[in-house]
Design a protein around this ligand. Structure first.
Ligand SMILES: [Zn+2]
Length: 331
């Protein structure tokens, strides 16, 4: 992805009838565009800023899907202006292996990002890596082809992850969310998931990278990220508070009181209720990755391939040397 940053004192944006952005460019490009030494590149911009204030570093990203450039301008606004109804809502995340992110907001929005297809791609590349590793001649530890496959696998995952973070944070921002709760990694990585799900989340989803990226983008949008313990939230019934008697089976959570719901969405909702009072929920939004963007889907992700994926993960992590999945955390 094409992305560049412009220091806060190096650019100017003017909003009005003909909004425009001026950025410095290199001398070669200046010559090409016929600009003199003291001139900067001037481009028209569309859109209205939600916030005005002291400008911070500008981020310019090329969006391949719409073939356009997008500029993100974080601004610092006085605290007195932050308590507008626009930005007083809160949200909580549940990070998982099959559903990468489940999120609930105090406005009643629920989001679910399905990671199954993405994991399937990751798994197939991993299989190819293992295949070529078997064909290596003695002594050799890797080959150009294997290195390239590792890179492809990582880049693809990172691309999906970065896009997910931006999609999520933009939705939260539009919803007026100013505080986002995520599970503290201690709780997340020890109690919340079983060992092999942890393995999968570490190797495939690179949890730390995800959280770091999330914190960066939230900062851009003025959203505060808070780490809180989310112990039990994945087993807790949101209706009656029962913990011990609930039954979690794949993606569903059922309670003796009669409640039944999507386990990950419920977990993010219970996690949020622990921090703040929450009203009732609207229909969840299901998001699927299509290699470019996260698209909304009408129905919840299917459960069909789950078992195969899980079985595979078990096998490969149990194979000792972690032949292919064991690539060092690539961040
Ligand atoms: Zn219940």
């Amino acid at each position: 992805m094409l992305r560049t940053y412009v220091r806060n004192d190096q650019y100017t944006i003017q909003f009005g009838k003909r909004s425009r952005l001026e950025v410095p460019i290199g001398s070669e490009l200046k010559a090409e565009l016929g600009l003199n030494r003291n001139q900067r590149l001037r481009v028209e911009v569309a859109g209205e800023p939600k916030w005005r204030g002291e400008q911070n570093r500008l981020e310019i990203v090329y969006d391949e899907t719409t073939e356009s450039f997008r500029a993100f301008q974080p601004v610092t606004v006085p605290d007195s202006r932050l308590d507008s109804p626009l930005a007083s809502h809160e949200a909580a995340l549940d990070v998982g292996a099959n559903n990468l992110v489940a999120c609930t907001t105090t406005t009643g929005l629920q989001l679910l990002y399905d990671g199954r297809d993405l994991f399937e791609q990751f798994r197939k590349t991993t299989e190819r890596i293992a295949h070529y590793q078997l064909l290596l001649e003695d002594q050799r530890e890797s080959s150009k082809r294997i290195d390239r496959l590792y890179r492809t696998r990582t880049n693809r995952r990172n691309h999906a992850q970065d896009t997910l973070v931006r999609d999520l944070v933009e939705r939260l921002y539009d919803e007026g969310v100013s505080t986002l709760y995520v599970g503290d990694s201690k709780g997340v990585l020890s109690t919340h998931w079983s060992a092999h799900v942890n393995e999968k989340t570490h190797n495939f989803w690179a949890y730390r990278r995800f959280i770091n990226r999330l914190e960066d983008v939230c900062k851009e949008y003025g959203i505060t990220v808070e780490e809180e313990s989310e112990a039990w939230t994945s087993q807790e019934c949101p209706e009656c508070g029962e913990r011990e008697g609930t039954i979690r089976h794949e993606d569903s959570l059922a309670c003796p009181c009669g409640f039944e719901g999507h386990a990950d969405l419920v977990a993010s909702e219970s996690f949020l209720r622990r921090q703040i009072a929450v009203g009732s929920m609207a229909r969840p939004v299901y998001l699927k990755w299509n290699n470019h963007s996260w698209r909304e889907h009408h129905s919840p992700p299917s459960l069909v391939e789950t078992t195969a994926n899980e079985a595979y993960t078990d096998q490969s992590t149990a194979s000792g040397g972690n032949v292919a999945l064991g690539e060092a955390q690539d961040d």
